[in-house]
Write a protein that binds this ligand. Structure first.
Ligand code: NAD
Length: 282
């Protein structure tokens, strides 16, 4: 695998949630390529298994675990199995997350007359959908952190990496719950960094710009594959004028994990966004 630089993770166990997805399978491969034993956790066991098999076939060490990050018993069961298979967790990457159509408005703006239309407006957003998105992103980070950080207490060079988003800086239209939940992730990253500072556990986050993955492809492309107006707006708002490639996140990940490079770095969120968060649009 082509990595921007190499770090030695050969004595480390890394736990990655959402590892059956596009970005976190890429993260899992990068960690394995640096020698880590990688536990790929996903509610979709088959998806995680596929990537674990790919890592193993490439000479790495990986196993897939079915795990629902919202169910403490499920996370604890995965934890117990990983401890038996690979030993205690050194690196936790909280990647499970995403938006949901039930928490998405049809239009960007409210216009008079919208209430008479058969569309999802702010007024009829399903609170259960909003709750689902908040829970998946926030509790889905908190619960695995509660479980796996216990392994890190009293040990050296352990760290946590969370996944935030551009939404955390300025909310994107249509997706209020996802925006709020990712703002909560950036905030929680700082909270955890302070909370665990005396325990030597560094906690940081990556805020990816726009990458085409399963959770957002319906917003970005029509069924016939043509770009939606939202894609045009995203690319116009990204000074580098393109979507990111998942492997372009690896440099930030390896930097944050590296004890040599980032030993004094905790509580930060690194945007990897082609300039999106720096650009006012003018
Ligand atoms: P993805 O949909 O490809 O992957 C998400 C994975 O999480 C899926 O494999 C899914 O099965 C898993 N998952 C869902 N619910 C789960 C649960 N309850 N327990 C365990 N696993 C569960 O999406 P992705 O884009 O690769 O997302 C990875 C992370 O990156 C997410 O936190 C997402 O919010 C974030 N992110 C993505 C982008 C982007 O442009 N794609 C941008 C910013 C942030």
């Amino acid at each position: 695998m082509n990595l921007p630089f190499q770090i030695d993770l050969s004595r480390k166990t890394a736990v990655v949630t959402g590892a059956g997805g596009v970005l976190c399978s890429g993260f899992s491969k990068a960690l394995a390529a640096c020698g880590a034993r990688v536990a790929l956790l996903d509610i979709n066991q088959a998806a995680a298994q596929k990537y674990a098999d790919e890592i193993t076939a490439a000479g790495g060490t990986a196993k897939a675990y079915e795990c629902d990050v919202l169910n403490r018993a499920s996370v604890e069961a995965a934890h117990a199995q990983i401890a038996a298979d690979f030993g205690p967790c050194d690196i936790l990457l909280n990647g499970a997350g995403g938006n949901n159509p039930r928490a998405t408005t049809t239009n960007e703006y409210y216009f008079e007359g919208d209430l008479d239309k058969d569309i999802a407006t702010f007024f009829n957003l399903d609170p259960k959908g909003v709750e689902f998105v908040f829970n998946l992103n926030f509790l889905g980070t908190l619960i695995p952190t509660q479980v796996f950080t216990q392994d890190m207490l009293g040990r050296e060079s352990c760290c946590i990496v969370n996944i935030s988003s551009m939404n955390a800086y300025t909310p994107l239209t249509k997706i209020p719950a996802y925006s709020g939940a990712k703002a909560a992730i950036s905030n929680f990253t700082q909270w955890l960094a302070v909370h665990f500072s005396k325990a030597g556990i560094r906690v940081n986050a990556i805020a990816p710009g726009f990458f085409v993955t399963i959770q957002n492809e319906k917003l970005l492309f029509n069924d016939d594959g043509t770009p939606t107006p939202r894609t045009d707006k995203i690319l116009a708002g990204t000074p580098m004028e393109r979507f990111g490639k998942p492997e372009e996140l690896n440099g930030a990940l390896l930097y944050l994990i590296s004890e040599e490079a980032a030993s004094f770095v905790t509580g930060i969120v690194i945007p990897v966004d082609g300039g999106f968060s720096a650009y006012s649009g003018v």
